[in-house]
Design a binder for this molecule. Structure first.
Ligand code: NAG
Ligand code: NAG
Length: 398
């Protein structure tokens, strides 16, 4: 009996040993087969979703895009390049927008590019949203939207790029085309014609807290025209003649622009207390919710034509954030602008706005003490204290 039992035990041990050996072999084989070979063998199946080039042509959703409300139309809007790093940044930011805010609201997306975006690119962006959210692409923007103004002397534009090669984006033609598009031309694009509000976002930026309200509805109910999260100083060398041009426009159009004497105006935000010149403060617009009636409206578009004809985008390096800000100063009052204290936002791992309310920030991936708001390069103080009102920064609780 004893020997039969030990025979059985040995047999079982052998079988277990053999099976473990098989398992080990398959593990070794699996680990050493190059993944590309696996992928290319899958490529024989044209419909396999993992395989590059197997994406069907991306069909833009029908116009008008599906909207969650009847009383206003809104969309997330961005401009993007077609490379894989841009796609990764876009997908990350779309995931954060969906997770932090849009899962409750289901607003559509509009994505512009001057480049031709592949079907794979479009599908991989689209899958970041649920099926009932429309994602529309407007790629291959033509020179009417992405290029020089008719009045631009391209020799002079080239000379400026050479002269400014030490400045951030100073040598870039592309930066200037996208700046011109986002400062003004975008608002003339047919893709935005049915919309009342846009939420401009930028691939790679982060929405770092849950947003427990609808910021679009807030803008509408509060009658806000433009909103921002981060305000800072522009590089002097990019805008040598911008402010004198603005003052020229203001004096030639004094009937339509805000008077510097109006205490409700935004002039205090951009006028230096000592020199009375431009302090270079501006609102960043890589996160901006805006009422399109303002940017599409006659006043702002007349101002943009003036900017365009002065060619400072190409002969200097005027960026769209500072161009838009000065347009807001000319035509809006401080009460038209919303600062998003309660939306957590981060750019490039450094420019962070973290809500100071403990009930909010305990759900955020930031600490209120690490706010860019307290940084010497932030212009938030200047905004909060402008318009003869006394404001103070929220105190950092940590
Ligand atoms: C620029 O020139 C083109 C071609 O001559 C013309 O079609 C277009 O209307 C012009 N644009 C402006 C803004 O004048
Ligand atoms: C800018 O151009 C000057 C003159 O051509 C050159 O000496 C310098 O190295 C350039 N700087 C950069 C950052 O390319």
């Amino acid at each position: 009996m004893a020997s039969i039992q030990s025979f059985k035990r040995r047999t079982i041990l052998r079988i277990v040993g053999f099976l473990s050996f098989l398992l080990l072999c398959s593990f070794v084989i699996w680990t050493y087969i190059p993944l590309e070979r696996v992928a290319s063998s899958l490529g024989k199946n044209k419909h396999h979703p993992l395989v590059v080039n197997s994406w069907p042509p991306y069909e833009n959703p029908q116009q008008p895009l599906r909207q969650p409300h009847d009383n206003f139309n809104a969309a997330y809007v961005t401009f993007i390049k077609g490379d894989s790093a841009s796609l990764a940044g876009l997908r990350m930011t779309m995931r954060q927008i969906e997770f932090s805010v849009n899962k409750e609201h289901h607003y559509p997306y509009i994505i512009f590019s001057n480049e031709e975006l592949s079907d794979e690119f479009k599908h991989l962006a689209n899958v970041m949203t649920p099926d009932d959210i429309d994602v529309a692409f407007y790629d291959k923007l033509d020179s009417e939207y992405y290029g020089y103004a008719n009045s631009t002397d391209q020799k002079e534009a080239e000379a400026a790029r050479i002269r400014m090669n030490e400045t951030l984006f100073g040598d870039s033609e592309d930066y200037r085309f996208s700046s011109r598009f986002m400062a003004g031309l975008m608002f003339r694009h047919p893709a935005l014609k049915d919309l009342d509000y846009i939420w401009r976002f930028e691939g790679g930026t982060e929405y770092i807290c849950p947003v427990n309200f609808d910021p679009f509805a807030f803008m509408k109910n509060a009658g806000k025209k433009v909103s921002f999260s981060i305000a800072l100083y522009e590089y002097e060398e990019t805008i040598p003649s911008l402010f004198s041009n603005i003052m020229k426009f203001a004096s030639e159009n004094s009937d339509i622009v805000q008077s510097t004497d109006n205490p409700k105006s935004l002039w205090d935000f951009v006028i230096d207390d000592n020199s009375q010149g431009f302090n270079k403060c501006h609102f960043w617009n890589n996160f901006q919710i805006a009422d399109l009636n303002f940017f599409r409206g006659e006043l702002y578009q007349r101002y943009f034509d003036f900017i365009d004809n002065s060619n400072g985008i190409f002969y200097e390096r005027w960026g769209d954030p500072v161009i838009q800000t000065l347009g807001m100063i000319l035509f809006l009052e401080k009460s038209d602008i919303q600062f998003w204290e309660n939306i957590g936002y981060r750019v490039a791992d450094y420019f962070t706005h973290c809500p100071s309310n403990k009930m909010l920030y305990k759900h955020c991936s930031c600490r209120p003490s690490q706010n860019f708001d307290y940084d010497g390069y932030s212009c938030l103080r200047k905004f909060l204290s402008s318009g003869n009102e006394v404001f103070s920064l929220p105190q950092s609780p940590l």
